[in-house]
Design a protein around this ligand. Structure first.
Ligand code: FE2
Length: 140
C-alpha cells in the first residue's frame, strides 16, 4: 500500500456497491461490513494492519494524524494504512461501511485501537531509535 502511515480519503470514489466490489478485486482485500451507531469521537489511535473502508450511507468525519477534520459521506473511500494515526469522528446518525482488511483475521483484532502513547507506530520507532531502546529496556 502506498503512502505508508498516512490516512487518505478519496472523495466521491464510487457510486454503487458494484463499484466497491470491483475495487476490492483490485486491492485483494477481505470484505466485511460495519454499521456505526451513534458514538462519541474516538481517541487518536492506529491499527496493526491495512484497512480500506467505503462509506455506503450516512455521514461523519475522521481526524487525520495532524488532527485535520475530513468529512466522510456516501461514496467516499477511506484508506487507513497500518500505523496511520487517526480518530474516527462523532457519529450522530447511522453510518454503514464496507470495511476491507489487508489480511484475513478476526474483524475485532483488525479494528483494535492502538494508543500511540503505549504502542508507538512503526514510523515513530523508525524516526526515534532512542524510543526503541527505551521500550526494549522496559520489557527486559
Ligand atoms: Fe480506527
Amino acid at each position: 500500500m502506498s503512502d505508508r502511515g498516512v490516512l487518505k480519503v478519496d472523495k466521491g470514489y464510487f457510486e454503487t456497491k458494484d463499484d466497491v466490489v470491483r475495487d476490492m478485486l483490485k486491492t485483494g482485500f477481505w470484505p466485511t461490513t460495519h454499521i456505526s451507531l451513534t458514538s462519541p469521537e474516538l481517541p487518536v489511535h492506529w491499527h496493526d494492519g491495512d484497512i480500506i473502508g467505503y462509506v455506503m450511507s450516512g455521514s461523519t468525519y475522521i481526524l487525520d494524524g495532524d488532527s485535520n477534520k475530513i468529512q466522510l459521506e456516501a461514496g467516499d473511500r477511506l484508506v487507513i494504512p497500518e500505523g496511520a494515526l487517526h480518530a474516527e469522528g462523532e457519529v450522530t446518525e447511522t453510518v454503514t461501511y464496507i470495511v476491507t482488511l489487508g489480511r484475513c483475521e478476526p474483524y475485532m483484532n483488525a479494528l483494535r485501537m492502538l494508543d500511540p502513547e503505549t504502542y508507538p507506530t512503526p514510523d515513530m520507532l523508525a524516526l526515534d531509535p532512542e524510543l526503541v531502546t527505551k521500550l526494549m529496556s522496559s520489557v527486559a
